[in-house]
Design a protein around this ligand. Structure first.
Ligand code: C2E
Ligand code: CMP
Ligand code: CA
Ligand code: CA
Length: 396
């Protein structure tokens, strides 16, 4: 990395300058100070390993203080881009916290200058109340609302049948989360699933989802067996959506096994649906995948064809099902290129002993084309929308 040598007593930058980079002290000590009537007011002495000059980069204002070398120093340079890249991808609440803390520090420095009466303070435009702050605060509010709703038992699982295209028989179901708000009615997961998945609530809520889906699977199996449909019961698969954070959490596999044993279910009737994004977690995810597979759970890759579908991952992941995303299914009739993509995905999957589920089938024509292309299973409004559990039971 880039570094610079500065001699004792040399000024590194002055208060009020525009900030272009920040520094890591590799050797020596510096003094951070502000001036009032040409008099230095010391704020801090920083030594090896310390970091300074970051504030003006983050809040895009001028240098909040001057910095001078107290002895010969060596400084590592951190570019504005390096910092901003990270900040821009940080959680919006973390961004908010940073703005609030910077504002406080700048105000504190003002106080150090001897401003002690309100009349001497200038109104700062720090952006509290702007759109960004508002959406960060909204995010926190939504998070709280969601967890409260969960605790108030306003969450419910709906089920959408998965069909064998040739026979049009139900061979399984996908559990889909719904929020039944007493004030707003039925709320789709698109509105809140990201908030859950990006916070630690994903662990208790994810646990509840698995427990509920397995409980319902038990009811389905008992019902089928009582009606002498043992073969259907034997093959019926319950698909449960699992997010990356949930899957790579320690104890995921143990907790899953505990719940499965509690409901007295075979692993082969349980399918874990996740996107390729979980592979971003590398070895941890791959290890959990292999553990699940070894126990006999089925693994299904969701939304295949969107995002960064990598053939490399297909060879690494021990999967048994692949869901062709609705964005392809939609275009399979009208767009020959999409049809070609779907056709290759299906061939590729079959060569790897992976079964295909086509998602979001809305018309009979789509269903027929997909079946012709070699898709064995399908799911979509043509067969049924996701419905509440009692309605799903009636469809069996
Ligand atoms: P997904 O896993 O890809 O689920 C399929 C979505 O497509 C569902 O939306 C389903 O209602 C919808 N869908 C099914 N057939 C059709 C169709 O023919 N046409 C159209 N236009 N849509 C169809 P939903 O239930 O709103 O769920 C949205 C997403 O939220 C899911 O996408 C999944 O990523 C996530 N999600 C839902 N439930 C859970 C859950 O329990 N856990 C986790 N981690 N994520 C969930
Ligand atoms: P920046 O505003 O870019 O330039 C001056 C730097 O001095 C600032 O970033 C911080 O790294 C540092 N700084 C400002 N105020 C203080 C303080 N009160 N105590 C310690 N360091 C400070
Ligand atoms: Ca899914
Ligand atoms: Ca999907």
């Amino acid at each position: 990395s880039q570094s610079v040598d500065i001699h004792k007593d040399q000024l590194i930058f002055s208060e009020g300058d525009a900030g272009d980079c920040a520094y890591i002290i590799e050797k020596g000590r510096v003094l951070v100070f502000i001036t009032k009537d040409k008099e230095e007011i010391p704020l801090s002495i920083l030594g090896e390993g310390e970091f300074f000059g970051e504030m003006s980069l983050i809040d895009n204002q001028n240098r909040s203080a001057s910095v001078r070398a107290l002895e010969d120093v060596t400084l590592g340079i951190v570019t504005k881009q390096q910092l901003l890249e990270r900040i821009s991808t940080a959680d919006t609440v973390v961004q908010l916290l940073m703005r609030v803390l910077l504002k406080r520090l700048r105000r504190n420095n003002m106080h150090s200058r001897g401003i002690s009466r309100i009349g001497e303070l200038q109104l700062e435009n720090t952006g509290i109340g702007d759109d960004k702050t508002q959406s960060a605060l909204d995010q926190i509010k939504l998070e709280n609302q969601i967890f409260l709703a969960f605790q108030n038992k306003e969450f419910e699982l709906f089920y959408q049948p998965i069909i064998e295209l040739k026979s049009r028989k139900i061979v399984g179901a996908e559990a889909l989360l719904r929020w039944k708000s007493p004030t707003q009615g039925l709320i789709s997961p698109n509105v809140f699933i990201d908030v859950i998945e990006n916070s630690s609530m994903v662990i208790p809520i994810g646990h509840w989802i698995i427990n509920q889906a397995l409980k319902d699977l038990k009811t389905i199996r008992d019902h089928l067996i009582a009606n002498k449909k043992d073969k259907v019961a034997d093959e019926f698969m319950m698909s449960i959506n699992i997010s990356g954070r949930q899957f790579t959490h320690t104890d995921f596999v143990n907790n899953l096994e505990d719940l499965r044993e509690k409901h007295d279910l075979p692993t082969k009737n349980i399918k874990l649906e996740m996107t390729e994004r979980i592979m971003m977690d590398g070895a941890i995810a791959l290890d959990a995948l292999h553990q699940c597979r070894a126990q006999g759970y089925a693994i299904s890759i969701d939304d295949f064809g969107t995002g960064f579908s990598s053939l490399q991952y297909l060879t690494q992941m021990p999967i048994s099902f692949l869901k062709v995303d609705r964005s392809f299914v939609m275009k399979v009739l009208s767009d020959p290129k999409s049809r070609a993509v779907v056709s290759s995905i299906i061939h590729l999957a079959h060569a790897m002993d992976i079964e295909i589920i086509a998602e979001g089938i809305e018309t009979n024509e789509e269903s027929i084309v997909l079946e012709t292309l070699g898709a064995r299973y399908g799911q979509g409004y043509l067969f049924s929308k996701p419905v509440e559990f009692s309605s799903f039971m009636k469809m069996l």
